[in-house]
Write a new protein. Structure first.
Length: 355
């Protein structure tokens, strides 16, 4: 795995929009404020041609134009790191226009984004063999003040920190809107982590939830993203998970997963599909973020059984309702990195080891 150089002091942050851009409110004002904040911190910025465009279907522009923007931004020597403007719906349509062979020959560069950006953060790790950051998009850096998670993401990008922890509260309902574009996360709900571990009986294929705090440690290589996007990639020419698993077969793979539009049954179908495609070979544990369908049930099962029923046979810990993904805040998770993950009660810590 290749680790790009971190953002240097007074370096240049590049912005691209292979998914949504920041053309409309509240994202435009938040993005402009983020640029101003970065400039005041001493950094330079470079905007791709689609950052303020709204011409595409579910993305900023025509897929070919979005692909060209990312190709140039990734391979040029002008920006030190890249941050995606936003998440959208159809970044998958950009992939045929991305020059992965050219990217392989270029100096590796940090790319940060989440949600629809799974289409690149996941391929960066599994295809390019370059670590990428599953973290906030550009407009989040315009909030006042920065939430601790936003600062953590920036500090990972600059190399200031190599350890992140979960947060105390999460946001059920945001207050950011067109009239209040700089609103910070409206964190009101206490974080409650649900940890499931294999039954102690030999050969058991069941998971039980820990009801009293107990230390769980996972060590391995992180990979994952938004399940909505992952299952869309599965089985296509962009699916290089088999090769990734083969490269790192001597290590445990820690899958981090979260979901956006998927309901309870959609989550269960996604887990089933990835499982039967062989994606979870060599798995050492699962880190699962709060889904947008948090608290819902369908056909008598909840968000926990949607996952644990199907993952029990791997006999590894499944840690759920983490600060990963669409229900803010989110820990910056480095796809492709090696890490030591410690969980105890409602506390989680991820230490990146950069191997």
């Amino acid at each position: 795995m290749k680790y790009p150089n971190f953002l240097p002091k007074n370096g240049t942050i590049g912005f691209v929009a292979p998914s949504f851009g920041c053309a409309t409110e509240p994202y435009y004002s938040a993005f402009m404020h983020a640029l101003d904040k970065f400039h005041k911190l001493g950094y330079q910025t470079k905007l791709g041609p689609n950052c303020l465009v709204e011409k595409g279907i579910g993305i900023s522009n025509d897929p070919k134009e979005c692909g060209a923007e990312l190709n140039e931004a990734y391979c040029d020597g002008e920006s030190d790191v890249l941050i995606s403007c936003g998440g959208g719906e159809l970044m998958c349509e950009v992939l045929p226009y991305m020059d992965f062979e050219r990217m392989k020959k270029a100096a590796p560069k940090w790319y940060m984004g989440f949600s629809d950006n799974t289409n690149f953060t996941f391929l960066s790790a599994t295809y390019l063999d370059v670590a990428a950051i599953y973290g906030p998009c550009a407009a989040a850096f315009g909030m006042e003040p920065w939430h601790e998670s936003v600062k953590d993401a920036f500090d990972v990008l600059t190399g200031e920190i190599h350890r992140v922890s979960g947060y105390e509260l999460w946001e059920r309902e945001g207050t950011k809107d067109e009239e209040h574009p700089l609103e910070p996360y409206n964190v009101t709900e206490p974080v409650v982590i649900h940890s499931f571990i294999p039954e102690s009986r030999s050969g058991a294929s069941k998971l039980h939830e820990l009801l009293t705090p107990q230390t769980i440690q996972l060590e391995g290589r992180l990979v994952g993203g938004c399940m909505d996007c992952l299952v869309n990639l599965l089985g296509t020419e962009f699916d290089h998970v088999k090769e990734f698993n083969e490269r790192y077969k001597d290590e445990k793979i820690i899958w981090f997963l979260e979901s956006c539009d998927l309901g309870i049954m959609g989550i269960r179908r996604a887990i089933w599909q990835m499982k039967h495609a062989g994606w979870f070979e060599h798995v050492g544990g699962f880190l699962i973020g709060r889904p947008l369908c948090f608290g819902e049930e369908a056909f008598g099962i909840d968000q926990y059984r949607a996952v644990t029923d199907l993952l029990a046979e791997y006999n590894v810990p499944v840690i759920m309702d983490l600060d990963i993904g669409h229900l803010a805040p989110m820990m910056p998770v480095v796809a492709g990195a090696t890490a030591i993950v410690d969980v105890e009660g409602n506390n989680i810590q991820i230490e990146y080891t950069w191997k």
